[in-house]
Design a binder for this molecule. Structure first.
Ligand SMILES: [Zn+2]
Length: 106
């Protein structure tokens, strides 16, 4: 069985060492600490792994969809209100026209 290794350079003591690539992959996934074999300082991958990045992306998209949906509902309500106002005005105009016609001498 072939094992792939990743070269590590310690940021603290500049010690160069090799670790199995699988081990590094697991630490990127679980964000667990491990230690430099020379100075014992911790190495840590706090960055989001692929799954976490996707989860955040999904959450962001859900928020966007919900925001857009709320905005659409708002626009729809505003439009409905506008239609009611205009319909009301048209009704008043019709009434006034009728009254005017009644007042005019024939
Ligand atoms: Zn070190």
């Amino acid at each position: 069985m072939e094992i792939n290794f990743t070269q590590m350079d310690c940021l603290h003591c500049n010690f160069v060492y090799m670790v199995p690539a699988v081990f590094i992959g697991q630490r990127r996934e679980d964000h667990e600490f491990f230690h430099c074999p020379s100075c014992g300082k911790t190495v840590h991958y706090p960055q989001d792994n692929k799954e976490e990045k996707l989860e955040k992306q999904v959450a962001r998209l859900k928020r966007e969809v919900s925001f857009e949906s709320a905005r659409r509902d708002e626009n729809y309500s505003a439009l409905e209100h506008e239609i009611r106002v205009r319909t009301g005005h048209q009704g008043q105009i019709a009434k006034l026209k009728k009254k005017l016609a009644e007042c005019q001498p024939s």
